[in-house]
Design a protein around this ligand. Structure first.
Ligand code: NAD
Length: 260
């Protein structure tokens, strides 16, 4: 119940990593504002199921590529809960193509959802965190925020940008009770990565199991996927008092990917 009474907003929390983080925060007692596409009711029920009695779990369907909808998301959370204490910028998409074939609309969407949305949520949520002198901003970047892979130019640009923004805002808030950090996962087996497994299996004539093994063998020395639950517990730690002076970090949870 370490987070009892705190209010958390997790973007892109109807699936994958965002749902894992929302679940961990709720289990530790935080009220939740969920967001994302797809099965919102299912996500809301799953998070509510692990939350202690009295915890409120709400949902807002803002499209994180649209600044005016992001504004409505933050204002709705503030109206419902009075303020937001914990902001997890997690919504993200991927598109894989060589740069000369990269569709312009996919480039714009990757940058808007994976990077620009975090600018908008942060600028809108930070004033209330400052005035209460407590806050946590956790940006879900990626191993691709620290190193690159071919054919992921938009994603790598967005995630490096997000790590940079994390450092900048951590400096702007360094003397306050608001901390800003990034989590940089390697491969996590979510729908976003399943698409890449499927594409690899089709391109190389592999079974899905062999395609997963090939994906891991290429980048992730542990040969194991990181799980949404592990990232959720790391987010809880970042919200703890023990993490009060952890600022501007980009924490890789990647089975050794960027150690190579
Ligand atoms: P996912 O596809 O399971 O979840 C993405 C979430 O974002 C979903 O809830 C989806 O509805 C939401 N979303 C997508 N576009 C949106 C939009 N325009 N507006 C609002 N919500 C939107 O993927 P995931 O793997 O859980 O990814 C979550 C984050 O973690 C992303 O930022 C991703 O880049 C990052 N990440 C994932 C991995 C991995 O291996 N899966 C590794 C490193 C970083």
């Amino acid at each position: 119940m370490m987070l009892k009474g705190k209010v958390a907003l997790v973007t892109g929390s109807t699936s994958g990593i965002g749902l894992g983080i929302a679940t961990s925060l709720a289990r530790h007692g935080a009220h939740l504002m969920l967001n994302g596409f797809g099965d919102a009711q299912g996500a809301q029920a799953a998070v509510q199921a692990v939350a202690p009695a009295g915890t409120r779990v709400l949902y807002h369907g803002a499209d994180m590529s649209k600044p005016e909808q992001i504004e409505d998301l933050i204002h709705s959370a503030q109206r419902a809960f009075d303020h937001v204490d914990i902001l997890v910028n997690n919504a993200g998409i991927q598109h894989v193509a060589p740069i000369e074939d990269f569709p312009v609309d996919r480039w714009d969407a990757v940058i808007a959802i994976n990077l620009n949305s975090a600018f908008h949520t942060t600028r809108l949520a930070l004033p209330a965190m400052r005035s209460r002198n407590w806050g946590r901003i956790i940006n879900i970047a990626s191993a691709h925020g620290l190193v690159a892979s071919a054919n992921k130019s938009a994603y790598v640009a967005a995630k490096h940008g997000l790590v940079g923004m994390t450092k900048s805002v951590a400096l702007e808030t360094a003397t306050t009770g608001v901390t800003v950090n990034a989590i940089c996962p390697g491969w996590v087996l979510t729908p976003l990565v399943q698409k890449q497994v499927d594409a690899r299996a089709a391109a190389e004539g592999l079974s899905l199991d062999d395609a997963k093994k090939a994906l891991l063998a290429e980048k992730q020395p542990s040969l194991q996927f990181t799980t949404p639950e592990q990232l959720g517990e790391l987010a809880v730690f970042l919200c703890s008092e023990a993490a009060n002076n952890l600022r501007g970090a980009a924490i890789n949870v990647d089975g050794g990917w960027v150690a190579q």
